[in-house]
Design a protein around this ligand. Structure first.
Ligand code: PMV
Length: 341
């Protein structure tokens, strides 16, 4: 058998994708930081044969649930990748973060899968320039799991059509076409695990809530405006407005869920406690820490690299008390997906 392998990271959205139409087309553009230490690794051993067959192993163990999900996805793309009709795939996947960390692994694992499929396509003779290869991988990752399309690139990544970036598209993500202001380079993200339990609302159900949400149209408008502003901020290093937009986006996402029908409250009491402590710490120390949230109770604490010592000391002395089992993960902006030779 031949093999291909990719390492692909998770990402954290600063301007949130929440609401979709058609085949995973976002209702508004989103912008994320790609992470570095939180990643999935996927190796696919493959051989041409008559008909399609798949085995899937997650961290060494056969996993039927993931296998069925992946088989369904691969079936849906075989029109564009006909070699998938006659192939045996043996997939081995693992994550750098523990399964029980409450970190969504679909972005990292589905982007790794998309990259592997593109590499297999090359092995079957497709020749692509590097840029086109990644664009195709991002397109495929989007079909597998929306926000996964942002994970193939490093740094700050935009998915969804916006006048801020002429090359942007609803169908795949693009990296920022300029260097971020030095202030935001090597930005840190410590993930404070408030609860590692499974999410009470799947992102599929979450996006569907927006279809009938009374605030949907103003939300999409707001996200467009926040994205335009944030792109400028990443250029000019305006940290005050960075904090304002990033925290507003996180609370808007949770606000939308709270006033959806049905309604979901995904923050826990300790999420609010930590938010309060972050705002107090910022006021008292003038260190520009801020938070964002995924569709769950865990906090992503964002801060510039030069404040690492002070912030990590505070985390280990104070914030740790509000983390489940004292658990947190130090991460940072990363370089994007990597081929494993
Ligand atoms: O990619 P999905 O369908 O898992 O949705 C992701 C939704 C958020 O994580 C809440 C926001 C985002 O842009 O990543």
């Amino acid at each position: 058998m031949k093999k291909v392998a990719w390492r692909s990271p998770s990402n954290i959205a600063l301007v949130k994708y929440w609401g979709k139409r058609g085949v995973q087309i976002p209702q508004n553009p989103s912008l994320s930081f790609t992470l570095e230490s939180s990643f999935s690794e996927m190796q696919i051993n493959f051989a041409a044969q008559d008909g399609f067959d798949l085995d899937f192993y997650f961290e060494g163990k056969a996993n039927e649930k993931f296998k069925n999900k992946i088989a369904l996805f691969l079936k849906s793309i075989e029109g564009d990748y006909p070699f998938l009709k006659n192939i045996y795939l043996q997939i081995h996947s693992s994550n750098s973060f523990p399964h029980s960390a409450g970190i969504a692994s679909s972005a990292s694992s589905m982007s790794a899968l998309a990259l592997c499929i593109c590499s297999i396509s090359e092995a079957f003779g497709e020749k692509l320039k590097k840029e086109t290869f990644f664009q195709k991988a991002s397109f495929l990752a989007r079909l597998a799991s929306g926000s996964a399309c942002r994970s193939v690139y490093g740094g700050a990544v935009v998915w969804g059509s916006t006048s801020a970036l002429p090359a942007s598209s609803d169908e795949y993500a693009v990296p920022l076409p300029f260097e971020m202001h030095p202030f935001f380079q090597a930005y840190k993200d410590t993930i404070l695990i408030v609860s590692a339990s499974e999410k009470s609302v799947s992102s599929r159900a979450g996006h569907a809530l927006m279809n009938t949400h009374p605030f949907a149209q103003v939300r999409y408008q707001q996200a467009n405006e926040n994205l335009l502003r944030l792109v400028e901020i990443l250029k000019n290093g305006d940290v005050e407005n960075f904090i304002r937009i990033v925290e507003n986006e996180a609370l808007t996402l949770h606000g939308l869920m709270m006033n959806s029908e049905p309604s979901f409250i995904l923050m826990h009491p300790n999420t609010l406690k930590i938010i309060e402590l972050i705002r107090d710490f910022r006021k008292q120390t003038a260190i520009p820490v801020c938070f964002t949230l995924d569709a769950g109770p865990n906090i992503h604490l964002l801060y510039p690299e030069k404040e690492t010592i002070a912030v990590q000391k505070w985390i280990s002395e104070e914030l740790v008390n509000f983390c489940e089992n004292g658990y947190y993960i130090h991460d940072r902006i990363g370089r994007g997906a990597m081929l494993i030779q």
